[in-house]
Design a protein around this ligand. Structure first.
Ligand SMILES: C[S@@+](CC[C@H](N)C(=O)[O-])C[C@H]1O[C@@H](n2cnc3c(N)ncnc32)[C@H](O)[C@@H]1O
Length: 272
């Protein structure tokens, strides 16, 4: 039998797939980010990061900065900070205000204790050797500096997982189809403190839960379709499953007026 989780782990961390497909541009990431527009309460994540950095002066590195959502906001609110964006995907850096560089979180091109704070937001689950990335983050921050990480809980968006399995089951003609890939499972909010605790004496977890309510299938379908880079990992035709999910959602919304997704995630603030 294939070890599905080992195969998924390899696919979630495969650098060629990340840089060449999933984050080749910000199209899929932007689709995932935009689903949160329908969430209550709305969590202003860039604002929360800016708040955590209120006492920080000097250099801040955003590792795995993606399309620069956090850098852009920090540039506006904290023009005094010297910001640096790093990512392994050159394509996604195209629209990010510089300085930016292509770099791997496990080998940061930064001197020891050279930054006041390091961000690793929704990215450590993509790193093959998470412990090594945590050691690198710890190495580059000043003794009194901080590291901020974001990730999702193992409980996050269970309704989407269920919708996928029902749609996949319909496509395959089985009861329930195979589970969809989970990006954050390797470094979920439940697992993260143990990884971060290896380097940091104080790891504070702040839960940021909410409920997404949609009256139209399309934002949910766009979110599901944003996993296209991992289409081959699903043991079911990807496009057919998306189409079936769209029909199931439309039916659910017609009968109930809305579709709800419970989101569970959080921020981890780490100090020595
Ligand atoms: C889900 S996106 C998050 C982007 C951004 N931090 C945010 O929260 O909006 C993950 C990002 O991490 C980058 N990434 C993945 N593995 C990496 C690694 N080993 N080193 C640096 N960046 C990496 C990806 O290319 C992608 O841009």
């Amino acid at each position: 039998m294939t070890d599905l989780s080992a195969a998924h782990d390899a696919a979630v961390t495969d650098r060629g797939r990340l840089a060449g497909s999933a984050y080749r541009s910000d199209r899929d990431l932007a689709a995932r980010q935009s689903l949160y527009e329908w969430q209550t309460p709305r969590h202003d994540l860039p604002g929360i990061v800016a708040g955590q950095l209120s006492g920080v002066r000097g250099r801040v590195v955003d590792t795995g900065c993606g399309n620069g959502r956090f850098i852009q906001r920090l540039r506006e609110e904290r023009p005094d900070l010297a910001l640096l964006g790093l990512d392994i995907a050159p394509g996604i850096l195209a629209g990010v205000p510089g300085p930016v560089a292509v770099a791997d979180a496990t080998r940061l091109p930064l001197a020891t204790e050279s930054v006041a704070a390091a961000l690793a937001l929704h990215m450590l689950y993509h790193v093959p050797d998470i412990a090594q990335a945590v050691r690198e983050l710890s190495r580059v921050v000043a003794r009194d500096g901080l590291v901020i990480a974001f990730t999702n809980s193992d409980r996050d968006k269970a309704e989407l997982d269920d919708l996928w399995q029902r749609a996949a089951g319909d496509v395959l003609g089985t009861g329930r189809g195979p589970a969809r890939i989970s990006l954050s499972a390797r470094f979920s909010l439940e697992k993260a403190p143990a990884f971060l605790g290896e380097e940091f004496g104080r790891v504070e977890t702040i839960a940021l839960d909410g409920t997404i309510t949609v009256h139209d299938p399309e934002p949910v379908i766009a979110h599901m379709a944003s996993y296209r880079a991992w289409a081959d990992q699903h043991d079911v035709p990807f496009d057919a499953t998306i189409e079936r999910a769209r029909a199931l959602l439309a039916d659910h919304i017609a009968r109930n007026g809305a579709f709800e997704i419970n989101c569970a995630g959080g921020i981890l603030v780490c100090r020595r």
